[in-house]
Design a protein around this ligand. Structure first.
Ligand code: SF4
Length: 183
């Protein structure tokens, strides 16, 4: 879910990332602009069908550093690994429900992040006339997306990084690039 557009819309590069090499390896990088770092969209072009990363040895710093909240909790012993696996299964089920509803509403663009697809579908339906069936599907989609977001915020996203003074030494992996605000 970290790389398939469920939890994140994009990944920003950091100082130390080799943008040219990553671009040569096939990541569709958008160049840095103003204060915006170079970035690439999710679902990631390097994500393989078996869930592995095609550029693992060269993956960006955010990818190396990120541990979702659930993994942190499991490693700390606050959640058992079987319970964490069940939580992942639930979240995947919710994400798949969102995908099904998006397809039913005419969005088949699996190459875009779920948040972006939801936003686009919302705009389309709100802009033009839609029949009762589409309204009913959109209501289901909105609820499914809301549940997925709650799940993501509660169990997968990490809190904003503490300031250096607050951060325990050697701990607290950086939060990975967050969802865009619209998701
Ligand atoms: S580069 Fe690899 S680890 Fe990073 S988002 Fe893409 S697939 Fe995931």
């Amino acid at each position: 879910m970290c790389c398939d557009g469920t939890l994140f819309d994009l990944v920003r590069l950091e100082p130390g990332d080799d943008a040219r090499r990553l671009a040569r390896l096939g990541l569709p990088l958008a160049a840095a602009r103003g204060r915006q770092a170079a970035r690439f969209p999710q679902p990631c072009a390097a994500l393989c069908a078996d869930g592995s990363c095609r550029v693992y040895a060269d993956r960006p710093g955010q990818c190396r550093a990120f541990e979702c909240r659930l993994l942190q909790e499991a490693k700390a012993g606050r959640v058992s690994f079987p319970a964490a696996a069940r939580r992942v299964t639930t979240a995947k089920r919710r994400a798949n429900q969102v995908r099904r509803l998006l397809r039913a509403l005419g969005d088949h663009d699996e190459q875009r992040a779920l948040g972006e697809r939801f936003h686009r579908t919302s705009e389309r339906l709100e802009a033009g006339p839609a029949d009762a069936a589409a309204h009913a599907l959109y209501a289901d989609l909105s609820l499914a997306m809301h549940r997925l977001k709650l799940e993501a915020h509660a169990h997968f996203h990490t809190p904003p990084a503490a300031t250096p003074a607050q951060r325990p030494a050697g701990k607290a992996p950086r939060p990975r690039t967050a969802h865009s605000p619209r998701t």
